[in-house]
Design a protein around this ligand. Sequence first.
Ligand code: SAH
Ligand code: SF4
Ligand code: F3S
Length: 435
Amino acid sequence: MNKFYHIVTYGCQMNVHESEKIAGILSGMGYSSCEKIEDADIVVFNTCCIRENAENHAFGNIGMLKKLKKEKKNMLIAVGGCLPQQMHKAENLHEKFPYVDIIFGTHNLHNLKELIEKKLKSRKTVIEIDGGDGTVSEDDVPLRTSYPNAWVNIMYGCNNFCSYCIVPYVRGRERSRDSKKIIEEVQSLVNDGYKEITLLGQNVNSYKGDVTFPELLEKIAQIDGKFRVRFMTSHPKDFSRELVEVMASSPKICKCLHLPVQSGSDAVLKAMNRRYTTKEYLEKVAYLKDRIPDCTITTDLIVGFPGETEEDFNATLELVKKVGYSSAFTFVYSKREGTKAAEMPDQIPEEVSKERIIKLVDLVNSLTRAQSAQYKGKTIEILCEDYDEKRGLYCGRDEYGRMGYFSSDKNLIGQFVNLTVDEANGISLFGSIAG
Ligand code: SAH
Ligand code: SF4
Ligand code: F3S
């Protein structure tokens, strides 16, 4: 009899890729994927706890399964990822949703098959949350779902302990994969026809394999074939001139850099434990712009960090203008239990943070729009990634990260397409295939 799985993923690319590993394990056990949650024999929630709303989302959706589980007693529900990695949250999940069958942490993913088998033999909830012993598992074969893009982990964990951030607590200490394994994986993906490889790590610049990150990137860019390479995330404190030089040297490496600044105020950066000043950040950006003038830069920004004054916030607006980001992820600070910032005085009232985020989003959008408008009439090369059902158009990004939409009678997913841009709307570009 056919058995089906359904995975619900929250959070960052790391989690998206880990859901591919979960899918790999489940398909190895004979399960096939299904679109509708009601058809599933096992539902896996791969959760995130970076901000309170990410957590609430997961709690809400797990809660909604209560009724279905009553009707479909044999359906298994598993909750994994960053949220249950915090022991008190795992206990909280277990108490609130006793019908959840399996609860597992970020370090226990590779053990999911055994956890399912254990649950099938017992009535009790199976809970496994390890601290992580610093090893890197090479055994999980992902079932990739994002052709022509492929995610490749180069490292796991984080050592930075930015004062607001939960990641180091739920992902453990930094550990890097061996460069040979990474290169082999990229080579085989290119052989299989993947056209865009994104190297993943919480701080790729502190990759500590047998080579440095710029050296690794250079080796990957030397692999034959037409494909693109992206990487994220770069921590500004470790972002080096060597990396800029490698980016400049290879047409395979996208001229698009995600460099999260978080704040434009030195006092706030210090309290955040980011370990760079705005001057140092801007010097790195200036070097990058000098060596790769067409490089686009994107960032992450937080407003309402404890103690952030109106002056601090205005400094963020100024820095955003100075850098001229092509887009940015903007967040309201969310207090995370167990982090340093949660204990800081002067937590910012919600109304103030709301006002600030609206101003910041307006500014970022105006920069994005102005940059998009410059694309009108130009021809760009995009990698066709998907078909947008709603719009009835194919879509894909250029190397700078802009999304282009176009119509085509043929399925062009996985192909590079030259697009003449007719219209720009916010971050999206609309065009026609260049003749
Ligand atoms: N390792 C990456 C990003 C990890 S989390 C880096 O250092 O850049 C992604 C983004 O979420 C962060 O860059 C930050 O802007 C945001 N973030 C993390 N913790 C947060 C919190 N407690 N409240 C609001 N935003 C947060
Ligand atoms: Fe969090 Fe900072 Fe690590 Fe990024 S570098 S994951 S923001 S602690
Ligand atoms: Fe969320 Fe965990 Fe990623 S907390 S942002 S899924 S590392």
